[in-house]
Ligand binder design. Structure first.
Ligand code: SAM
Length: 399
């Protein structure tokens, strides 16, 4: 796949040497992304946005967050009224990046329904201190207005106590993965090895761990998908999202009544583990370009991997969530009023055509089926109360 071996920067050489010169792919990815001093997110050097390494929907403009806020408003009112809650309703975001999604949501409420802000407690959980610092700077203006935003960790939250909405927007794709490779009839765990003589990194095949064997068996038993698939070509390689289940379980434990909305790149298991996807889904991003050279310049590139949709739904169920629907982003945004918003932009910005065109183009990117429009919205419910039902505008019931 890659032009290999890849040069190892000095900081990375020191870390991998301390660990004996070999890392699992999971550990490689974790250091490259989350190392506090040099990791892409850990150090806070991640550049998200039009002038950065990659765009996310809320980093394009506030329009995405405003449409999502319409859905949040509907959910919040239902949760409040049905549960007759006296406490504030939590809106918790995992992995906020620069904080633009929450910023856009709060802006929407300030303009359209500022009363509702008295009922909401916003919370952010982010693994990386470097990103938290950026979020605090970007959201400072809302804190100064008295909006309730807190940075917490999951362990700060009491079990069975969260009533509200949890959003994970483009964060599961940043969770670290294991990689496996099929070679000469055997499946190996992929690792990363340092060549001490010339300070370079290359892949190495390792014996499968018991955890990986169990994961592969579960995919076969529960989803009926073989890994490797029949007809897998030599050196067929794929990723295993091994952190999702424990994340779902830990989160589920905290929720009393609530919605979990996961928005991410996702494909089903048949495609994910097909012989044609012979190099997995992982990509490195820099300057708005995708690369397959995932060992190059650790810490300088974003590394991102697709989610396996049916596996995620199965695991969410194991963790106690009920799936309310899976919808493509393009459809969800249309159901939330994207067409009407386009019309408003055209009308409101009649005298500023260039601004209207920029906003329009950004909105069309959100629904472009070969781009952000193909993102999947997974809507889950977790409830201690069997009677607790919830309607969702973003899910088309007739499909
Ligand atoms: C791709 S960015 C998401 C950007 C943001 N949600 C947006 O849409 O613009 C990934 C974010 O997730 C954070 N992150 C990565 N792994 C995480 C984890 N296990 N728990 C919480 N946050 C995590 C990163 O620090 C980073 O802020």
């Amino acid at each position: 796949m890659n032009s290999l071996p890849a040069n190892s920067p000095r900081w990375f050489t020191e870390i991998i040497s301390e660990k004996g010169g070999i890392l699992s792919f999971y550990d490689y990815m974790n250091i490259a992304l989350n190392n506090p001093t040099n990791g892409y997110y850990g150090s806070g050097k991640a550049k998200i946005g039009q002038n950065g390494d990659f765009v996310t929907s809320p980093s394009l403009s506030d329009d995405f967050s405003h449409l999502l806020a319409i859905q949040l408003e509907e959910w919040i009112l239902q949760i409040k009224n049905k549960l007759n809650l006296k406490k504030r309703i939590t809106v918790l975001e995992f992995g906020s990046g620069k904080g633009c999604l929450l910023g856009g949501i709060i802006n929407y409420f300030l303009n359209k329904n500022s009363q509702i802000l008295n009922d909401i407690s916003f919370k952010i959980i982010d693994l990386n201190e470097g990103m938290i610092e950026i979020q605090k700077i970007n959201l400072k203006k809302f804190l100064e207005k008295g909006i309730d935003i807190k940075w917490v960790s999951l362990s700060d939250l009491e079990d069975d106590n969260l009533n509200g909405i949890v959003i994970a927007h483009e964060v599961l794709d940043a969770f670290c993965v294991e990689r496996i490779q099929f070679k000469k009839g055997v499946i190996y765990q992929q690792g990363v090895q340092l060549n001490k003589e010339n300070q370079t990194l290359d892949f190495i095949n390792l014996q499968l761990t018991e955890e990986i064997k169990k994961f592969i068996k579960e995919i076969k038993n529960e989803l009926g998908v073989n890994i490797p698939p029949e007809d897998a070509p030599e050196e067929w390689t794929t990723e295993l999202n091994i952190d999702n289940l424990s994340w779902l379980e830990n989160l589920s434990r905290k929720i009393n009544n609530g919605i979990l909305l996961i928005i991410d790149y996702a494909i089903d298991s048949k495609k994910y583990y097909s012989p044609q996807k012979n190099d997995g889904t992982i990509l490195a991003y820099k300057n708005q370009r995708a690369f397959r050279e995932i060992l190059h310049s650790p810490g300088e590139f974003d590394l991102t991997c697709h989610i396996c949709s049916d596996l995620l739904i199965y695991q969410a169920k194991l963790a106690g969530f009920e799936s309310l629907g899976l919808v493509k982003q393009g459809e969800a945004l249309l159901l939330l009023g994207l067409a009407q918003k386009l019309f408003e932009i055209q009308n409101n910005l009649k005298n500023d055509l260039s601004q209207a065109l920029i906003r329009r183009e950004a909105m069309l990117r959100l629904v472009d089926p070969i781009c952000l429009g193909d993102f999947k919205w997974f809507v889950f419910k977790k409830s201690s109360n069997k009677e607790f039902s919830i309607e969702s505008k973003c899910i088309n019931k007739s499909i």
